[in-house]
Design a protein around this ligand. Structure first.
Ligand code: ADP
Length: 186
């Protein structure tokens, strides 16, 4: 079962992805986490990605597409994945569609987590004080939301036009939101 979790930064994709991953016994693949691993190990990609991520910018499409290609082909992902953080541009979305066709994978659903903008700011500011992520500063939060609106929001329309998108209200407790996600997958 291949599922995409989609929505603006700070809506709780990571938290919900973990719950779905445990429920369906399929791996949670977060491109943000993968990039942070690269940074930790100071790989060439990590060094390049860090500059972009810290400034709130996106990493290049061809790099991200290559990363997801190997994930989809990996043994641990044969039964499905909960994809979190990809696709983030229409170019990534079309590349994913082609890759899935080539690999005979059918996408079950794109779950779009909906939260008001005030809530998003609140959550990101909170995360700033808890996780100390290098890209959670006041300026980069604003930058990431702007980039989301420009480059990532069109991905929602893309999946909507394919009849694959389900909107899930992301406000409420973690459990309540998780329940809504499960309902949307029925
Ligand atoms: P958030 O949960 O706040 O959206 P992520 O952990 O998903 O943050 O991503 C952190 C950063 O990693 C992004 O701001 C971006 O720079 C980079 N990144 C992650 N996924 C992608 C992607 N699919 N395309 C381009 N950049 C990405």
């Amino acid at each position: 079962m291949h599922i995409i979790l989609f929505g603006p930064p700070g809506v709780g994709k990571g938290t919900q992805a973990k719950i779905l991953s445990e429920r369906f016994h399929i791996p949670h693949i977060s491109t943000g986490d993968m990039l942070r691993e690269e940074i930790k190990h100071q790989t060439d990609l990590g060094i390049k990605a860090k500059v972009l991520m810290d400034a709130g910018n996106l990493v290049a499409d061809d790099i991200m597409i290559g990363m997801i290609r190997s994930v989809l082909q990996s043994h641990e992902c044969v039964n499905g994945i909960i994809l979190d953080g990809f696709p983030r541009t229409v170019e990534q979305a079309t590349a994913l569609e082609t890759m899935m066709q080539e690999l005979h994978i059918s996408l079950k659903r794109v779950l779009y987590i909906e939260v008001t903008e005030e809530h998003i700011m609140e959550r990101l500011v909170k995360r700033l004080s808890v996780e100390h992520r290098a890209d959670d500063t006041a300026e980069t939060i604003t930058k990431r939301i702007t980039i989301y609106k420009q480059s990532t929001a069109p991905v929602k329309t893309y999946f909507e036009s394919r009849g694959l998108l389900s909107s899930v209200n992301g406000e409420g407790s973690v459990e309540v939101v998780a329940q809504r996600m499960l309902e949307a997958l029925k």
